[in-house]
Design a protein around this ligand. Sequence first.
Ligand code: ACO
Length: 446
Amino acid sequence: MGEEITQKIQQLLLMHDTIPQEVIDKKNIKLGLRNADGSGVKVGITAKGTCIGYDMIEKDGKRVKQPLPGKLFYANRDVEKIISGLELEKRFGYEEVVFLLLSGELPNETELEQFKDEIGRRRKLTRAERNILVQEAENYNQIYVLHSAIAHLGRCDVAADSSNLGDIINQCINIIAKLPTMITSGYNFTRFKNGGDLIMVVPDEDMCTAENFLYMINGEKPDTYDAMLFDKLLILHAEHGGGSNSTFVVRTVASSGANTYMALGAGVSSLSGHLHFGSDQSVIEMMRAMKKKLKKTDREKDVRNYILSILDKKSGDRSGQLHGFGHAVYTISDPRSIILKNYADEYSRQKGRIEDFHLFAMVEEMGSEILSERFNTPICANVDFYSALLYNLMGIPDDLFTPIFAMARMAGWSSHRIEQRQEGKIIRPAYIMPDNYLKEYPLNRK
Ligand code: ACO
C-alpha cells in the first residue's frame, strides 16, 4: 500500500519536476549558479581564498572561457609558494595556515607558538564528547559520524548560540583542535564495534596536528617524513574560496544567524557527496577495481578501454564518472594535484610501490585526454586523485579519506563562517515558477 502511493507520487512529480531546458534558457535561469558560458555567477566577495582556472575573453562577439593553468591563493598568498617554503625549511605549517585563514595574516614566532599550544591544549575530548562517539559507533560511514559529532558538540557548549565574535572564534578553534581526536576516536570505536582491537589513544598536546592525527590512528609516533607529507596534504585541502559547494553551504547557513555548529556541520553534509570531496575514497576504489582487471600485456590499451567503460557506466561504480577528474574552476591543471603528484612519485618509491604510481600517472594522462575530448573542454586530474594514492601509501583506511578532508577544510570553513558573520547579509537567491504553474489549479485532480 505504502509502495503504491510512493509510486504514484513519483509518477506525478516526474511530470512536474522536469522543467524543459527551453524554459530554463528563456527565463535566463542560472542553474547551478552558472552563467551560460560556464563561469560561476558572482554572489559574494571574500578575503579568505580564491582559485583561478580560466579567464573570460571576447571571441567572435561572444564571451568565452580561456583556460589557464590553475592557481590557488590563501589570503593573498600563493599556495605553491607556501608549500615550497615549508619544504625548504623542512618544517610543519598547517597551524600557521589556519592562523592565516582565520586572521588574514601570518603569525609571528610568538603568536605561532601560542596558537599551536592552544590547539594542542584543546585537543582532548570531554567525557560527554567521547560519549557522542561511542553512540555513533554503529554508523556505517565515518563522515556521517563526524556530522553528528559536530552537531552534538554544540550541546556541550553553553555559549553555543552566542553571536559574540570572541565566542565564535573560540568555537572555531575548539572544533579545529578537537576534530582530529573525534575522527580518530570515532574510527577506533567503530573498528572495535566491528570486531577489531580497541585502540584508545589520548591526544598528544605537544605534537602538531599532522603528527598527532597519525599517532592517534596507529598509537605510535609517526615517521617525520610521513607526518610532514600529511601536513602538506592538510594545507592543500585547507581552503578553496567561497564558491566551493561546502563553503557556500557554510556561508548560507551561517547567514541565517544559525550557530557555528550548525553552519560547520552543514559543510560536512555537503562534503559527503561524491561530486564534491567524497570523491577521494571513490578514486581508490576505482583504481583498485581497475588494477584487478588489467592484464600483464598491453596495459595501455586495457587502461584506455577501462576508462571508456567507466564513462559508459559499464565498469566501476556505474556512475559514469571518472573519479578524481574535473573541477568547476580548474581547466588545464589543479595546482594541488601537480604538487601531490611529485610527492606521490617520491613516496611510492620509498614504499616500494612505484608500479602503483605509474598506473595512476597513466590514468591521469589518458583520463584527462579522453574526458577533454568527450566534453570538448580541458578536464584535468583534481586534488582527490593523488591524495587518494598518498593516503593509501600512508596506510590510512579508505573511510577516513573524506573525514580528513573535512578536518583540513575546517580551517577554511571556519574563516568563512566568521567572515559571513561580519558581512551580515542573509543569502537569499530567487526562484521562479514556470508560466503554466501560475494559472490557477483546482485542488482536486479527477
Ligand atoms: N567524469 C565524467 N564526466 C565528467 C567528469 C568526470 N570526472 N568531469 C567533468 N565531466 C563532465 C561534466 O559532467 C560535464 O558534463 P555535461 O556537459 O554533460 O554537464 C562536462 O564534463 C563539463 O564539465 P565542467 O563544466 O568542466 O565541470 P562541472 O562543473 O560540470 O563538473 C565536477 C565538475 C562535478 C567536479 C565534475 O568534474 C565531476 O563530476 N568530477 C568527478 C567527481 C570528482 O572528482 N569530484 C571532486 C571535485 S574536486 C573537489 O570537490 C575538491
